[in-house]
Design a protein around this ligand. Structure first.
Ligand code: C2E
Ligand code: MG
Ligand code: MG
Length: 743
């Protein structure tokens, strides 16, 4: 499970990183393309703008020349030559013209702003051209005199309609450099005015004076374009767009034809800076992206850790026992099957419990009790082998899943574990011991956890009861018993309602006279499938579940009903002894309830004898004393049942005012042969008589016993020798009719 999720996580990570890398590459190219498209558009726009600027600059100069020409021709004829020269000088100076002069129509000496003499044929050519074209700009021209590159602009001069000469101005080509500065690319780009054969005429920076075609000879043109294509475009005055590489630098060339002198403007721009710019943008975007990614990643990690922490806490609360740090019961119940599989099904489920842990807690306090539990948990855990598990199920209860080899070895191992717990958890300065008990269920077939646990619990209950063996293995018979008990429990209420509980009466006889002097009421359960069931099979269960409280009152009522019936049938009434469970002693409603039942049938209270077992009285003699007093007050007589079956204290006889004591049948066994037993019985009888109680001998089965008991001085006899428990019908026959009252 964990491995799978790791693989999924790894795949997601790889996909994310691959996606990210792909995204970055795509983004890189996208930005590059975008910037280049932008630059191309800008170059074109900038090239066109530069072309316009250049033409406008030429036209502006042309207009100045025209204006000067108008002034010059207005003052014709030029009588004051010095004044004219002065005018020309000033105009040249203010307008930044290199040279300014007038060529007269007769091509005689020029009037010049500067005293430069020019050859006649040059003068003539300019004059002719001015007269023919009115106004024009020459191509680049090495200035006569200093050889400086200039353009010459000329305008014809007229007097009215008559031509009178031409005004010529030489303009240095540098004058147009500013117009040819590529806007937006002043640093990196260049613009040049070239002639159709590629010769740079104006501007061009490092291209100045060169032929563009000879420069591009060495260049590598891209996108399948050739130098001839470019040459052709320029020749035809077509716009052009070329990408090329020269001297390791990538460049863009944009060309557009100019309306002057068949000139052509080229704008050239290195493109590497675009790439660099694209990289810069891409890198900064990437850095931003990585930053955001990390930020969100960290945020995600934080949330993940927080959630993991919370779920760990939740897990701890849900599955870990806070005190011992062991798994808790929930965890064990969830992972039980997995653990069983890990142990290949050979598993013993062991419940470990500390005997009388409550006493330890009460005497040492909860804090030390907790420390003992922690220590016990550590010790038990240290005994586990690989694949074995332990959990604390509740208070001092631990559930262990141990691998099962055979019962003998397992018992030996658990014995050693218990010894280790006893040793390691020894309580200093106290006589208390930490004694563990274990119930073991050997899991031989796949069973749900709760069933296996129930079986181990059953074994644990037996271990707790057993005084010697504190490790008990589950026995199938126990389960049958439990199942039967469940069945009894399920049907007891119904049985009470439909009269399945019946009452037998066992007569009691006077040893001396032999007359029947009373009876004991004994309950029977008449079950359809089992017949008459004896009380030993269900009374202990009813004592555990409390149903005995109801049943005893039911038997009392039956007995009282019989007494009432005998009276109405004119029969003698004899006292009936009713057995009452120890549970009544703690029930404050006991005596009032009993009184109410007896009174309901108007039966004299002394006809009812309450039988309380010896064990009840010994366990809580003070309570017994007060209940006995209460019963006496109401006129009921009280008998101690089963005297001699346990550890009767003769002291009890003294302190509790019993009306009779019933010697247990176990007490009698062996009395026929064993002289010591006879002495003991003799002593007991004497003592009982001494405290003023009657002695009833129970379970008298033989004549010998009867003779012996009579000799001992017992008052009443009850036993199979005299009569078995009989039905009320039969019993009534034993009763004498009440003699008619004397007149
Ligand atoms: P118990 O009160 O000591 O009753 C005497 C038991 O001894 C009866 O067993 C009776 O049948 C049996 N018994 C009588 N004579 C002989 C004999 O000669 N030999 C042998 N071996 N047994 C003899 P039972 O009826 O099975 O009752 C067993 C116990 O169940 C009673 O012992 C009493 O403690 C309890 N019990 C019976 N009925 C009730 C009842 O209504 N309420 C309560 N709380 N307990 C009852
Ligand atoms: Mg009895
Ligand atoms: Mg008895």
């Amino acid at each position: 499970m964990k491995r799978n999720s790791l693989i999924v996580l790894l795949i997601i990570l790889i996909v994310v990183v691959a996606g990210l890398a792909g995204g970055v590459v795509f983004y890189w190219h996208y930005i590059g393309d975008l910037l280049e498209r932008d630059v191309v558009a800008n170059v074109m726009e900038s090239g066109n703008e530069t072309a316009d600027n250049f033409v406008r600059a030429l036209e502006a100069d042309q207009r100045i020349v025209d204006t000067i020409a108008i002034t010059v021709q207005t003052n014709y004829p030029w009588a004051d030559k010095a004044k004219l020269e002065r005018f020309l000088y000033l105009q040249g100076k203010y307008n930044g013209f290199e040279n300014l002069g007038i060529i007269p129509l007769d091509n005689s000496e020029m009037t010049l702003a500067h005293n430069v003499h020019l050859p006649k044929d040059w003068q003539k050519e300019m004059l002719m051209r001015a007269l023919a074209e009115d106004t024009f700009t020459t191509k680049r021209y090495p200035q006569l005199g200093d050889g400086k590159n200039v353009l010459v602009q000329a305008a014809s001069l007229h007097d009215g309609m008559e031509p009178i000469g031409a005004l010529v101005v030489s303009l240095p080509t540098e004058r147009y450099n500013s117009a040819l500065a590529l806007s937006s690319f002043t640093e990196t780009g260049l613009a040049a005015v070239i002639s159709r054969d590629g010769q740079v005429e104006v501007g061009g920076r490092w291209l100045k004076g060169k032929n563009i075609f000879s420069v591009l000879e060495r260049a590598k043109l891209r996108n399948g374009q050739t130098l001839d294509d470019l040459r052709q475009d320029i020749q035809d005055g077509q716009g052009s767009f070329v990408r090329y590489q020269l001297d390791g630098q990538n460049r863009l060339l944009y060309g557009v034809s100019l309306p002057v002198n068949e000139w052509y403007l080229v704008a050239i721009l290195p493109t590497d800076f675009i790439q660099a710019q694209a990289h810069r943008v891409a890198w900064s975007s990437l850095a931003l992206f990585v930053f955001l990614f990390l930020l969100f990643g960290l945020l995600g990690l934080y949330i993940f850790c927080l959630r993991a922490y919370n779920s760990r806490q939740l897990f701890k609360t849900a599955f870990i026992d806070e005190l011992t740090g062991l798994d808790n019961f929930n965890r064990m119940s969830i992972s039980f099957e997995e653990h069983v599989q890990n142990l290949q099904g050979e598993v013993a489920l062991v419940i470990f419990d500390i005997l009388k842990f409550k006493v330890i807690n009460d005497m040492l306090g909860y804090e030390r009790g907790d420390l003992i539990l922690q220590k016990a948990a550590d010790v038990l855990k240290s005994w586990l082998n690989g694949g074995e598990h332990i959990c604390r199920s509740s208070a001092d209860n631990f559930v262990l899943l141990l691998s099962l080899t055979d019962r003998h070895n397992l018992r030996a191992r658990i014995t050693r574990m218990l010894a280790a717990v006893r040793r390691e958890c020894a309580i200093a300065d106290s006589c208390l011991k930490v004694e563990g008990v274990c119930g073991v269920y050997e899991l031989k077939e796949p069973l749900p956890f709760y069933i296996a646990l129930d079986r181990a619990r059953l074994a644990l209950a037996n271990a707790k009861k057993s005084p010697k063996e504190n490790i008990q293995f589950y026995d199938e018979k126990d389960r049958h018993r439990i199942v039967q008990e469940r069945q009894l429990e399920n049907s007891m209420e119904q049985a009470l309602a439909d009269g399945s509980f019946t009452l037998m009466l066992q007569p009691k006889y006077d040893f001396k006279t032999g007359s029947m002097e009373g009876a004991e009421a004994l309950v029977r359960w008449n079950q359809a499938e089992r017949g008459l069931v004896r009380p030993d099979d269900f009374i202990p269960l009813f004592e555990r579940n409390g149903f005995i409280l109801k049943l005893d009152m039911f038997i009392l009522e039956q007995a009282v009903k019989f007494l009432a019936k005998w009276r109405s049938n004119g029969k003698q009434q004899v006292p009936v002894a009713v057995n009452f469970s120890r549970l009544h002693l703690n029930d404050s409603r006991y005596i009032p309830q009993m009184t109410q039942i007896v009174d309901a049938y108007d039966v004299p209270h002394h006809m009812i004898e309450v039988e309380l077992t010896e064990s009840v009285i010994l366990n809580n003699s003070e309570l017994a004393q007060s209940v006995i007093r209460g019963l006496h007050k109401k006129g009921f007589s009280v008998a101690m049942d089963d005297f001699g079956s346990g550890y009767s204290s003769l002291n009890v006889l003294k302190s509790l005012q019993f009306d009779s004591i019933k010697l247990d049948k176990e007490f009698l066994s062996g009395c026929e042969q064993n002289p010591t037993a006879r002495h003991v019985i003799n002593g007991a009888v004497e003592m009982i008589k001494a405290v003023g109680a009657k002695v009833v001998a129970e379970g008298v089965e033989t004549e010998k016993q009867a003779v012996f008991l009579r000799e001992m001085g017992c008052d009443l006899a009850q036993g199979y020798y005299f009569s078995k428990p009989i039905s009320e019908d039969e019993f009534e026959k034993l009763l004498k009719p009440v003699p008619a009252p004397e007149e």
